[in-house]
Design a protein around this ligand. Sequence first.
Ligand SMILES: *Cc1c(COP(=O)(O)O)cnc(C)c1O
Length: 231
Amino acid sequence: MTNVQQNLIQIKENMQEACALANRNLSDVTIIAVTKEVSVERTQEVIAAGIHHLGENRPEGLKMKLDAIIDEEVKWHYIGTLQTRKVKAVINEIDYLHSLDRLSLADEIEKRATTRKDCFVQVNVSEEESKHGLTSEEAEKFIKQLANYSRINVIGLMTMAPNTEDISIIRTVFRNLKQLQEKIAALQLPNAPCTELSMGMSGDYQIAIAEGATFVRIGTALVGKEKEGIV
Ligand SMILES: *Cc1c(COP(=O)(O)O)cnc(C)c1O
């Protein structure tokens, strides 16, 4: 068994536990393997282990994986900040964008995308200066402004928890994102079903699942950090 397979067994156990406690089904949470720090070979191991949702955060890394991995089943997630001038190279290669956060980016997607694109609006719930994303208030206003964007489908919201050991702070951030998602979904806005929640990484995916995550973005805990030789 590969290390990736072993890691996946552990992660699924933890996810199952979190789901059981929250009265949720494991099948309602999709694992995105974040492969931004690992090789094509390690990424192939992820696919062999049965994970078909892959996340990259740079145009170069995405291109490298796309060129090497020809697999119809793979869904590509772009989880990093996307510069407007990179939209052309990226948008038609991916299935999901997790970092929609401004009108200039929406405009460029509208212009470049050849099909309707599933997007998460990135929210900086904790309003940390170092993090990208809109405040909760801005996010609601922003999504309302997307009504006429035929190439954008806001399937949900994405956030990153603050860098803290304090579980209660992390939990509050995830809970607030869920509340915002429900509020926006209830508005039934054009182009914004807003039913999904992309939240939870290696260190906090169990908390995120307890609070309603439907997509978790797991890097290190699943694929290790090859540069440092840790798996
Ligand atoms: C790198 C990254 C992840 C994965 O982080 P890990 O802690 O390695 O699981 C998830 N989401 C985003 C946006 C990232 O940039």
